[in-house]
Design a protein around this ligand. Structure first.
Ligand code: TRP
Length: 333
């Protein structure tokens, strides 16, 4: 019997900030689950992160921490390919080639480029502009079938599909055209300081965001201070976005429904509820945080994983790069 090939998943995460609860429950938990059904490759995209200025020492630390976090969360480095993007030179190579098949006009229409160039008006560099081409290279190198991303990356994925189709039309079937897997909006978690805004890694208010590495005291304090309305009943409703957001967090951690949560906290006030949410979050993160501390303090293990990940990533992408090189007319030795 012919062996059925598992579908390939590729996704990348920037190492610039510690993931928060929204990242974790919204997408990273899915990355762990997807390992059962798919052949997964997950990358810490260091090359992408220097499109905005980074402090080198901090970036180096963040790359290690992000990598260790993936493993601590349950991504199995034996099963999945877990690697640092810059450790596989094929990404930058394919990115160059694909940039010659991507139009200036297409890149100019990317909303993230427009947003970021407004935010970093003093550093609108070429990398910020060609960022989506590098992302396309990441995905196409591994012939990914499915790419789990947040809604903010949808436009980049459309562009990736267009580049792949364009190349295939010119040179014959070369790339798998990837499907986006957009994370459901019900799993979105809002800022604790302003429930009308998304929880964001770059929020200036430190109380707005709970990171997956926050300790219990910090978590408790942030949930206690979470902005809610002046009412007292734990239920959904008009003007109760703050409470509803806390209910989503509690639901994400405990897998309880809104109805179940409303019942559980009937007759109890916001104070009790906030404390319960904080406890539940701290408890659920604890085992992962302990694994994280173990991994991050074991430098040789971390390096070994990174090395093996890099080798496997290179091996998995080599054929695609050779094929592309041949098709465009380069000499492949
Ligand atoms: N651009 C993505 C983000 O900012 C990160 C990323 C880089 C990515 N390459 C990727 C995501 C490839 C999915 C697939 O979130």
């Amino acid at each position: 019997m012919e062996e059925i090939r598992k579908k390939r998943i590729f996704s990348g995460i920037q190492p610039t900030n510690t993931p928060h609860l929204g990242n974790y429950f919204g997408s990273m938990i899915n990355w762990v689950k997807m390992q059962e059904e798919y052949d997964c490759a997950y990358s810490i995209v260091d090359l992408h992160s220097i499109t905005v200025r980074q402090d080198p020492a901090r970036l180096r630390r963040q790359i290690s921490e992000s990598y260790a976090l993936l493993i601590a969360m349950g991504i199995d480095p034996e099963k999945s390919i877990v690697f640092v993007q810059g450790h596989n030179p094929a990404h930058a190579q394919l990115s160059w080639i694909l940039s010659c098949y991507t139009q200036f006009g297409e890149l100019s229409r990317m909303t993230q480029f427009k947003d970021k160039s407004q935010k970093h008006a003093d550093n609108i560099n070429g990398g910020l502009f060609t960022y989506p081409v590098l992302m396309a290279a990441d995905i196409l190198l591994y012939q990914a079938d499915v790419v789990p991303v947040g809604i903010d990356q949808k436009q980049h994925l459309e562009l990736t599909r267009n580049i792949a189709e364009r190349f295939n039309n010119l040179y014959g079937e070369t790339f798998t055209v990837p499907e986006p897997y957009i994370v459901k909006s019900t799993q979105k978690i809002a800022s604790l300081a302003d429930p009308t805004k998304k929880m964001s890694k770059s929020d200036e208010n430190p109380n707005a965001t709970v990171t997956v590495l926050d300790d219990r005291d910090t978590i408790m304090r942030k949930f206690k201070r979470a902005v809610t309305d002046s009412g007292s009943e734990v239920r959904r409703g008009e003007g109760k976005e703050g409470i509803e957001n806390l209910m989503s967090v509690y639901g994400a951690v405990t897998e309880k429904t809104f109805d179940e949560i409303e019942k559980e906290f009937e007759g109890k006030g916001y104070g009790d509820f906030k404390a319960a949410v904080g406890e539940a979050v701290a408890d659920s993160l604890l085992p992962m945080q302990e694994r994280f501390r173990q991994i991050i303090s074991d430098k040789s293990y971390l390096e070994k994983c990174m090395k093996e990940g890099a080798e496997r990533a290179y091996a998995a992408s080599r054929r695609t790069l050779q094929k592309v090189s041949k098709r465009v007319g380069f000499i492949v030795l």
